[in-house]
Design a protein around this ligand. Structure first.
Ligand code: FRU
Length: 490
């Protein structure tokens, strides 16, 4: 093991002790110490769920990227493992950027990552991104001595060697070879997804440009994923520099799913639709795995780059993942719901039926910062103009989810969620009109809220920072509303 990695492993063990359990999210993965961004290597290995992550253990800021590591048996409770990689080679001196992992037939786990090398030439800083490997046993990894395995020579003509990153390795069930999708910047300056194939994971052949941004959805496409789901082929990617359109694709670093078809013989991808995946303030760099029971499970970084400077004072960790979600395609659209495993953590069930709301209501037994709830709202008589639920609330703090049925919009507002920074606090998104009815699933953790509308038709994730005393939950309607509620603490 290199000195560089050993230093990180020693440091993180000590630093972890300085963070009290109650100062972290309860069921969302956060870094062992310091900084976390993208999920990496989200995959099954020897029956366990592995999740690596972009990691700088020493500070709550982005720095030379390491890979942090955690394992889980149920997507909910995570155990830290020692940092898996450090930027300790010449070819990755600027960082071990994002990538993926796969269990090999010989029992080893293979990590595929982007090595970023920085060098100075004639006073100019030159960056090169290449794809590299490391092999290990689920805890310790050795970088492949002949790294990189894909460099500029493996790029199609005109593609940039500076923006060439985030390899996702996979195998279609009936394939005898590995496939790999990597984000690239094409000759028109915008993002694209490059597909490679390999028999052994070492020698890779470029196959095709799977899809291209053509300056329509942001610029560089980061963190691609590609898989089959319910008879469709999906590309997930996180575009930089997006421009908002109506209420979809908010500005900046965003997220999209491309739903389409793929001819595996001709390697031809045909788009059917492009949609935002999560409308929240904090959601980026999605990655999926196929669970042993066949479910397609997605994780993502629950943080936006734009507000990633807003580290709450005194906090010794920064960055967290969403609670992984089960994905489905229904009526040509992506549906997502929290993994069902969270349900076995539910306790203190409280149920209310036909609660009439025409003012602010607090319900006995319904409070807390770590909880799960299912709500069904319907108009009671003439249509109402607003339904609102406030959580992480006390007399000073509250975070609001607001629904305006007539406008067909939902609004998330964290203006009073405890951030002492002028970050983006509010977002609106479109909700399909169903006669004023709306179904919500709300998952709260100490530092976040995840909201699922109408059985996963829309999802919304955001981090919050209200103090631990702000644990109230209030309901309100303008007009007459009837509400059914199932509530659990977690
Ligand atoms: C996305 C990203 C990736 C890159 C990593 C670096 O958030 O920019 O493209 O590999 O973060 O930490």
């Amino acid at each position: 093991m290199s000195e560089y990695l050993e230093k990180a492993r020693v440091y993180e063990m000590d630093a972890e002790q300085m963070i009290k359990a109650e100062e972290r999210p309860f069921f969302h993965l956060s870094p062992r110490s310091g900084w976390m961004n993208d999920p990496n290597g989200f995959s099954m290995y020897k029956g366990k769920i592995h999740q690596f992550y972009q990691y700088y253990p020493y500070k709550t800021q982005w720095g030379p990227m390491h890979w942090g590591h955690a394992v889980s048996e149920d997507f909910v409770k995570w155990d830290y493992l020692p940092a898996a990689m450090a930027p300790d080679e010449n070819y990755d001196n600027f960082g071990c950027f994002s990538g993926s992992a796969i269990e090999m037939q010989d029992g080893r786990q293979m990590l595929v990552y982007t090595a970023v090398r920085e060098e100075e030439k004639d006073g100019e800083e030159i960056i090169r991104q290449t794809q590299c490997l490391a092999f290990g046993d689920g805890v310790d990894y050795e970088k492949y001595p002949s790294n990189p395995v894909i460099d500029a020579k493996g790029l199609p003509e005109g593609w940039s060697p500076v923006d060439f990153r985030d390899p996702k390795i996979f195998r279609f069930e009936d394939d005898d070879h590995y496939s790999l999708v990597v984000g690239g910047r094409s000759d028109d300056g915008s993002g694209s997804i490059l597909l490679y194939e390999s028999m052994d994971g070492i020698k890779w052949d470029f196959v095709t440009v799977l899809d291209r941004c053509r300056k329509e959805y942001g610029s560089m496409w980061e963190c691609p994923d590609f898989f089959e789901l319910d008879g469709k082929y999906l590309i997930l990617t996180s575009p930089q520099s997006m421009q908002a359109r109506t209420l979809e694709f908010h500005n900046g670093n965003g997220n999209i799913v491309v739903i389409g078809n793929y001819d595996r013989k001709l390697h031809k991808y045909t788009r059917e639709g492009v949609y935002a995946i999560d409308f929240g303030l904090d959601f980026y760099a999605m990655q999926t795995l196929k669970a042993a029971d066949g479910r397609r499970i997605m994780t993502a970084w629950m943080q936006s780059w734009e507000s990633s400077h807003a580290v709450p004072e005194g906090q010794r960790w920064f960055g967290q993942m969403i609670l992984p979600r089960e994905l489905r395609i229904k009526d040509g659209r992506l549906y997502q719901m929290p993994v069902r495993e969270i349900e076995s953590y539910r306790k203190d069930h409280v149920a209310y039926k036909d609660v009439y709301l025409n003012k602010s209501v607090v319900l006995p037994g319904v409070n807390g910062k770590v909880c799960d709830m299912e709500l069904e709202i319907c108009p009671n008589g003439p249509e109402y103009t607003e339904f609102r639920v406030e959580f992480h609330a006390d007399s000073q703090f509250h975070t609001d989810f607001i629904y305006h049925p007539k406008d067909g919009v939902a609004i998330f507002d964290r203006t009073y969620a405890g951030f002492a920074n002028d970050i983006n606090n509010k977002r609106e998104f479109a909700v399909r009109y169903q006669g004023g009815k709306i179904k919500l699933r709300i998952l709260l953790d100490r530092f976040s809220a995840e909201i699922f509308v109408n059985d996963g038709e829309n999802a919304f994730s955001a981090v919050v920072n209200a103090p631990k005393e702000a644990d109230g939950i209030r309901f309100f309607a303008n007009g007459n509303v009837k509400m059914n509620l199932d509530f659990w603490k977690i």
